[in-house]
Ligand binder design. Structure first.
Ligand SMILES: [Zn+2]
Length: 321
């Protein structure tokens, strides 16, 4: 069969015509479903040669409004606090543990609330997402033994960090052991979380201000509990202070330094120390990591009259190797 040149050229023209028609036709476009997941709960930065990773353990709306949280506030103070801090009636409350890789040791600061506390225990998934495994942790330094900082240590008698040694101030555990002996249920649960480490001779108490290595030391900041401690890391002239629960509600307690968080053992002591530490941190632009500041919980304090404002660190890429 003979096909002429004009016939041959006509075919592509027809095909293109059909394609153009198809493209011009309106077609149904499915709505994108809502994804409904958050970014992974870890954030990393370098402090000199030390790699620090903030690990989110829980983030839930605080069960109480500001008013219930700080019953000592006057009605006037509450209204003023809301206005100045923009604090919402309820706010999401982060619980954060911090991982420090010195290059020689993998150190965890606090262990989160574990799977036994509703909404807690995300530390383990976030640790994995951050590239680490619980077996790699060498040392765990505990700021204090409230449940949201130690319940993540063990599941029953099984140590969740099987190769780690747990360190805490010598004043911390005895208060819980004494309360446990009197039948206090939470204290009994706290003691039970430490027990597997004590049984395995993997628990070491230190007494007050203690230097563990050139990069790491503890500073006694008793008040919130009897043995509440700061941990400070330093490398190449850079420093980061882990404050534990020294400040629990960042907006309210920085605006009103005279506020003590709920459940503080010695509120007068806590308040006096906060006034002192806030002033020092602001004047030195100290880098602070708080267990309950908004995730990743790392930033600085800025003085504003008799109050302070939290200045979170900016998101930053990791330095190029
Ligand atoms: Zn806490």
């Amino acid at each position: 069969m003979h096909i002429s040149i004009p016939q041959l050229l006509a075919w592509p023209v027809r095909v293109l015509g059909v394609l153009a028609l198809l493209l011009a036709m309106p077609f149904a476009h499915a709505a994108a479903p809502l994804v409904k997941t958050q970014a992974p709960g870890y954030y990393r930065l370098m402090v000199g040669d030390l790699e620090v990773t903030a690990l989110l353990d829980a983030n839930d709306p605080w069960p109480e409004a500001l008013e219930e949280l700080f019953p000592s506030l006057s009605a006037e103070q509450k209204a003023g606090l809301r206005q100045r801090t923009l604090a919402q009636p309820s706010h999401d409350f982060s619980t954060i543990a911090f991982l420090v890789n010195t290059g020689k040791k993998l150190i965890l600061i606090d262990a989160g609330g574990g799977s036994g506390m509703p909404g807690y225990g995300q530390l383990f998934a976030n640790l994995k997402a951050a590239g680490y495994a619980p077996e790699q942790v060498d040392d765990i330094y505990i700021t204090h033994m409230h449940p949201d900082h130690v319940f993540g240590l063990a599941e029953g008698e099984r140590r969740s960090f099987p190769n780690a040694v747990v360190h805490a101030d010598a004043h911390e555990l005895p208060q819980w052991q004494a309360a446990a002996a009197k039948g206090h249920k939470t204290a009994q649960a706290i003691v039970a979380k430490l027990a597997p480490y004590i049984a395995a001779q993997r628990y070491e108490a230190f007494d007050g201000d203690t230097r563990f290595s050139p990069e790491l030391r503890a500073v006694a900041r008793y008040g919130h509990t009897e043995g509440h401690s700061f941990f400070i890391i330093e490398s190449r002239g850079q420093r980061l202070q882990f404050w534990g629960d020294f400040v629990v509600h960042d907006k309210a307690q920085l605006e009103l330094p005279e506020l003590a968080p709920p459940g503080e053992k010695d509120a007068a002591q806590g308040i006096a120390l906060r006034r002192q530490e806030y002033a020092a941190a602001a004047s030195q632009a100290e880098l602070i990591a708080g267990a309950h500041f908004g995730f990743p919980g790392i930033g600085r304090l800025r003085a504003l009259g008799s109050s302070y404002i939290w200045v979170p660190i900016d998101y930053a890429a990791m330095p190029k190797p």
